[in-house]
Design a protein around this ligand. Sequence first.
Ligand SMILES: Cc1cc2nc3c(=O)[nH]c(=O)nc-3n(C[C@H](O)[C@H](O)[C@H](O)COP(=O)(O)OP(=O)(O)OC[C@H]3O[C@@H](n4cnc5c(N)ncnc54)[C@H](O)[C@@H]3O)c2cc1C
Length: 534
Amino acid sequence: MQNRSLAQKFDAVIAGAGHNGLVTAAYLAAAGYKVLVLEKREMVGGCAVTEELWPGYRVSSASYLTSLLQEKVVRDLELERYGYRVDAKDPAFFSPFPDGRHLYMWQDERKTLAEIAKFSARDAGRLAAYEAHLERLAVVVESMLLETPPEFPPQRLGDFADYIKLLGRMRGLSRAELVGLVKIFTQSAADLLDEWFESEELKVTLATDGVIGANGGPRSPGTAYILLHHCMGGVGGKRGLWGFVRGGMGAVSEAMAASARARGVEIRVNAPVRQIRVTGERADGVVLENGDEIASDIVVSNLDPKLTFLKLVEERHLPADFVQQIRRFRSEGTSCKINLALSGLPEFTALPGAPAPHHRATMHICPSIEYVERAWDDAKYGRPSERPLLEMTVPTMYDPSLAPAGKHVMGIFLQYAPYTLKNATWDQLREPFGDRVIDLIAEYAPNIRRIVEHRQVLTPLDLERRFGLTGGNIFHGEMSLDQMFIMRPLAGWARHRTPLKGLYLCGSGTHPGGGVMGAPGHNAAREILKNASK
Ligand SMILES: Cc1cc2nc3c(=O)[nH]c(=O)nc-3n(C[C@H](O)[C@H](O)[C@H](O)COP(=O)(O)OP(=O)(O)OC[C@H]3O[C@@H](n4cnc5c(N)ncnc54)[C@H](O)[C@@H]3O)c2cc1C
């Protein structure tokens, strides 16, 4: 195809209108940049979208809950002015168990303690101290979310000073808390929880946060950090709460897009970028799939690191060892999302009745740590879990406008569905696996088969195809210690810059990683502006 050079030139072109791309766009435009955002799909938002999958059913097809979105981003982009509203989830969790018992966790601490005491009075007595411990650690880690990681390895005097400043954040932590900080980065979620609690039911309910999106089971080192990562946000200023966005997760992205447009950003959908143009050692524009060439002083990629460097940039423009390391960046996912349109609500044997408070909670199916670990064992050997861990949510309990009157939408996020299968393909296993999940729910809520009107199963292969996530990894790359902070995506390249002048990264493959946070997008904009002022 003949390329067609367009006359218009931009200060910044952003490939991808995921929420991070939109955040970067809004900040750059506020600083006076002329910004163009190019999105492959027919809508903005990437993994934070609301899609009308079936007539009258509007579904948060990928991400489904909010908590991590940075307050500063909400304020700076005036997202509430553009329609962003969140209902905090209450109860937070509901876990039914095969023996007919159940555990609720509520916003009201007293009610939660009464629930935990059904399983262990000792654990009920320890919950407040556990939460205070996590909070102390979360405050330290949280203070780094909107920071650019220091240069690594440090070279100039100023780089060493950055490390000293970093250590300064730990001032005030007691010896036990410092030990706790080191442990949380290295130990498993199960080991962390074993130190605090004895009740299997409480431990597994809390451990789920440690394995969401992880390539590991609750006994894998590193999952304690994922657990902390999920505790770092809040809703309405209340730490640790997660909530449903009115209008679904797409409403977050729509609010960001409206804010960006109000600052002068131009956003084009159905505009896939085929290539990042390079002249000499500098990125100076993009080529679209339709052959249009758009010139720009800088190019920002919201795509994951593998797509950016292995697909959009020609290999000859990058150092060979950099390309090798990007190839080794681990980005295979193990999560699957199933979206359902329901004619009613699931009725649990452990707690009959509908609607009931638990339909407003994240409803778990994962009776024990051992159960989740076995689910991971299957995935390790290339099989979808025989009995996966399920997290089910019904957003229509908070926002009935998402479905026709009296009907519901239910999202099932599950672990584990490994991207690479041993003896089959996801095109063969997708629907049989979906059936297996419904059968599993039926063990706890027998009416489920009768009320499912429509079903969408998004395996990691589908997440890759639909949302452009390499390997279907929901965080743009594993969030393991060797791929975090000064190492995200690679050691030496954690400051949004790349080996090509004028090319920056702003997506979840950069610090502080995945989740609908806006932090990578915020930090990338700051680095770009800092660079320009030098
Ligand atoms: C199933 C699932 C469930 C999740 N649940 C939650 C949750 O409940 N809460 C939470 O906080 N996080 C959740 N996450 C994680 C979170 O959604 C992501 O980490 C985050 O949304 C990624 O945002 P991003 O802007 O960095 O990238 P993305 O959202 O991936 O955006 C990248 C954009 O680039 C576009 N693109 C790709 N290729 C091209 C191209 N060639 N040209 C132009 N555009 C292109 C894509 O279409 C996309 O719009 C979930 C993720 C998934 C997949």
